[in-house]
Design a protein around this ligand. Structure first.
Ligand code: MN
Length: 141
């Protein structure tokens, strides 16, 4: 199912920061988000993400939790501690199946949680749901 032109139009003003150290996943998730019309920037670790949000705050952050340099939990805590960034929704992405990771993600300030493996379409749909409400497939207005 391809996004409609209206979907793409309403997503075009929205910036998503994708924080993911796995190149394959980064390409897949970045590709589907762009396909849905979002503007996408990419960070490879938590420290890079922390710097990028302060230069150009995105509308939403997709945050892998297992990251080099600074992990996603710590990066989320630090981002949420910034006045200018504390209201940016953070969706955690993790391959960890243990429920404790979900709790830790929410404790760190993540607003939602997606378990990998996940279909690229499901990622885009969840981003739309968080940014627009609904399931992303409804006609706008
Ligand atoms: Mn990772």
């Amino acid at each position: 199912m391809s996004p409609t032109e209206e979907q793409k139009k309403r997503n075009a003003d929205l910036a998503v920061l994708l924080v993911e150290d796995n190149l394959h996943n980064r390409r897949i998730f970045s590709g589907i988000l762009k396909h849905f019309g979002f503007r996408v920037s990419e960070a490879e670790d938590g420290e890079q993400a922390l710097e990028m949000v302060q230069v150009d705050p995105p509308d939403l952050i997709l945050m892998d939790l297992s990251l080099p340099v600074m992990d996603g939990w710590e990066a989320t805590r630090r981002i949420k501690a910034l006045d200018a960034c504390k209201d940016i929704p953070v969706l955690a992405l993790t391959a960890h199946a243990m429920s404790g990771d979900r709790e830790r993600a929410l404790d760190a300030g993540c607003d939602g949680y997606l378990s990998k493996p996940i279909s690229p379409k499901a990622v885009a749909t969840e981003v739309e749901r968080v940014l627009h409400g609904g399931d992303g497939s409804e006609a706008p207005g």
